[in-house]
Design a protein around this ligand. Structure first.
Ligand code: PEP
Ligand code: MN
Length: 295
């Protein structure tokens, strides 16, 4: 496969590697998660806590985001933390809670896999495997996750170019797995007022270069709860196929990323606004599941 080494895709004539390229596959790839379609005309909203902390935290948050119209539930069981002394996640116990909350709510689950040795375990519980920003260039993990046959949510490396991002996705497609969702989650720049610089220009650029669906994470992209709603709205307005956002039933007590997590009221309000933005650009939020919660 030929790759162009130039780093500026606008001026260099950079073209995406072959399998992810829109030149090779002009039509949008639609990722099918238990019948929910990502990458079509409808916009998918994935919401939930940064980390699974307890049964109560997970179930209360999941029920509320479902009622407000989330399509899928996020929550980490294995957490990539900067400090080894920070909460590392509940591990398999967290995966079991995710499995149980899916049974109750019907919401498909997105959770992170950090290590090749965890792929089979995490894949046996989740609907989408998340490969996080810190692992975007963990090539053995990309291959192993690709081979799992599960849809993959691939987050952009915090210091990765769009070219590197697409090459990472190409590793997964090379395993025969085309069910890949790209996620812009902010990059490191000289700016310190936000946790990351949310590169929304990556959205139209990626949509032009690749047929894969593109979603945005305004929570890690900004690191600031109050900035999540405006950037979520901007992401939809500039063509993102969906959002993944951190929501917690009590952000002040969160063990991880509470400062960037919406509370339930804020999330509810944002969903109302997102519906209007979607309609304004000729799209719609994916229909929520029926709101009757069994249990
Ligand atoms: C996350 O989504 O929980 C996460 C750790 O995100 P990122 O890999 O983008 O930092
Ligand atoms: Mn987080």
């Amino acid at each position: 496969m030929e790759t162009n080494q130039c780093s500026n895709p606008v001026n260099s004539g950079f073209s995406a590697p072959s399998k992810v390229s829109r030149k090779t596959t002009p039509a949008n790839t639609i990722v099918n998660v238990n019948g929910l379609l990502i990458g079509g005309s409808e916009i998918v909203v994935i919401a939930g806590p940064c980390a699974v902390e307890s049964r109560e935290q997970l179930f209360e948050t999941a029920r509320s985001v479902k009622t407000a119209g989330a399509n899928m539930l996020r929550g980490g069981a294995f957490k990539p933390r900067s400090s080894p002394y920070s909460f590392q996640g509940l591990g398999e116990e967290g995966l079991k809670l995710l499995d149980q909350v899916r049974t109750e709510t019907g919401l498909p689950i997105v959770t992170e896999v950090m290590d090749t040795r965890q792929v089979d375990l995490v894949a046996s519980y989740t609907d989408i495997l998340q490969v996080g920003s810190r692992n975007m260039q963990n090539f053995p993990l990309l291959k192993e996750a690709g081979m799992s046959g599960k849809p993959i949510l691939l987050k952009r490396g915090m210091m990765s170019t769009i070219e590197e991002f697409l090459l990472a996705a190409e590793y997964i497609l090379n395993q025969g797995n085309e069910q890949v969702i790209l996620c812009e989650r902010g990059i490191r720049t000289f700016e310190t007022s936000t946790r990351n610089t949310l590169d929304l220009s990556a959205v139209p650029m990626l949509k032009r270069l690749t047929h894969l669906p593109v979603i945005v994470d305004p929570s890690h992209g900004t690191g600031l709860r109050w900035m999540v709603p405006p950037m979520a709205k901007a992401a939809i307005a500039c063509g993102a196929d969906g959002l993944i956002m951190e929501v917690h039933y009590n952000p002040e007590t969160a063990l991880c990323d509470g400062h960037q997590s919406l509370d339930l009221h804020e999330y509810n309000q944002l969903m109302t606004d997102l519906k209007k933005i979607s309609l304004a650009i000729g799209r719609e939020i994916l229909s929520p599941l029926p709101s009757d919660i069994q249990s």
